[in-house]
Design a protein around this ligand. Structure first.
Ligand code: GLA
Length: 380
């Protein structure tokens, strides 16, 4: 992405000056829908990012913003709901900061990015972290990266309406080049795990399916998990979240929870365990086991958690047929990408076969992304 183009736009709209900040999207190797259950995840920031250029404009509360990729502008006051959908992210970040005692004044901004929208790579978390990081810096607010991740998450909860976990914003704020992050989503303790698999590549295949009802379906999954945990808690008061539960505990309440909540909870408990096993395998350099676990996750996400779709299952099947080491739907699901761990020598044949077959069946070419594990939010 050409930062100079965005800078030129800023200059033409708002004059000279402006500092540039960037924040990345993320992948997640394994550990899906575990974050809001207090479990573990294994994400990494990627080289697909959002940028913002920002400068205080001397007003007490007027925000003038321009979305470069959409060629759209908006202007709103800090106590006014913005008109444009994307304005909610900026507005939400400001308000979550103000709630935490920050003093923010009016500013001008242009933002842009190459994190594909709706592809499961967390473009919205990248935007939130980018503005969080930028405002924190220009107004010297003193929030640490943990607080910035939580501000991004609260923006989703309170202004966007998605009751997401902390994974995406955490990865965007804490990313480190060449490392995945093993994150305990309850304590927020984390460990960087070097990820440089020689002779393997990570490829994302984007179905280009954007599920309309993704946010309500997502919130419904979360509710199911909380319901199941609350039944288990009646007999095991120490179970705050599904992270604390075992399959045996879940079985004890099988007659009380709905069949749907049961199967969702079963997936989550299994996925937390699977993530631990995959992470151990990764530390040993045992990519075959990592890949096997990824396939198991896909089956769970598709059949038990029901967040896959025909297109994602199709791409996953092709990966299996081609002998790809690991493949699964990535992120919230209902569309977006599969993440594939592919041996170098298989890479070209797999990508060709998957894209050709997909195009033939669904009349649209899936997008292919090779990602590099990169650093988190920063000033440029
Ligand atoms: C979305 C959410 C995350 C996480 C994933 C699924 O990306 O924003 O918090 O729950 O889905 O693992």
């Amino acid at each position: 992405m050409e930062i100079t183009l965005i800078q030129e736009k800023f200059r033409s709209l708002y004059g000279d000056g402006g500092l540039v900040y960037t924040s990345p999207g993320r992948i997640n190797l394994i550990g899906e829908h575990t974050d809001y259950n207090g479990g573990f995840v294994l994400p990494g920031a990627i080289d697909k990012v959002m940028y913002c250029i920002i400068k205080p404009n001397g007003t007490s509360d007027t925000i003038r913003a321009y979305a470069y990729d959409l060629s759209e502008s908006d202007e709103f006051q800090l106590d006014d709901i913005p008109i444009k959908g994307w304005g909610k992210y900026i507005f939400g970040v400001c308000h979550e900061m103000i709630k935490r005692g920050a003093e923010i004044q009016g500013f001008d901004t242009v933002f842009s990015g190459d994190v594909p929208l709706g592809a499961g790579m967390s473009s919205s978390a990248a935007l939130e972290s980018c503005f969080g990081f930028a405002l924190n810096d220009i107004y010297n607010l003193g929030f640490d990266r943990f607080a910035l991740a939580k501000i991004g998450q609260a923006t989703e909860h309170n202004y966007v309406g998605v009751k997401c976990g902390i994974m995406d914003q955490f990865a965007s704020c804490f990313g480190k080049a060449g490392s995945l992050i093993r994150l305990d989503c309850r304590s927020l303790e984390y460990e960087y795990i070097p990820f440089n698999p020689e002779s393997y590549r990570l490829v994302l295949l984007n179905t280009c399916v954007a599920h309309e009802l993704a946010s309500s379906a997502y919130n419904k999954r979360r509710e199911s998990c909380e319901n199941a945990a609350s039944y288990i808690r009646k007999y095991h008061p120490e179970v705050e979240l599904l992270r604390d539960a075992t399959i045996d505990m879940l079985k004890e309440v099988a007659n009380e929870v709905s069949a749907e909540d049961y199967i969702r909870a079963e997936f989550v408990i299994e996925e937390i365990e699977r993530m631990g096993e995959a992470c151990d395998a990764l530390k040993r350099g045992d990519y075959e086991t990592v890949g096997k676990k990824m396939y198991e996750t896909h089956i769970g996400l598709s059949r038990k958690y029901e967040v896959s779709c025909e297109e994602l299952d199709f791409l996953n099947n092709i990966a299996r047929e081609c002998g790809v080491t690991g493949s699964r739907v990535m992120g919230g699901g209902f569309g977006g990408c599969t993440i594939n761990l592919v041996k170098d020598e298989l890479h070209d044949a797999f990508v060709k076969r998957a894209t050709d077959a997909y195009e033939q069946k669904f009349r649209i070419k899936p997008k292919v992304y090779e990602v590099v594990i990169s650093d988190g939010a920063r000033k440029l």
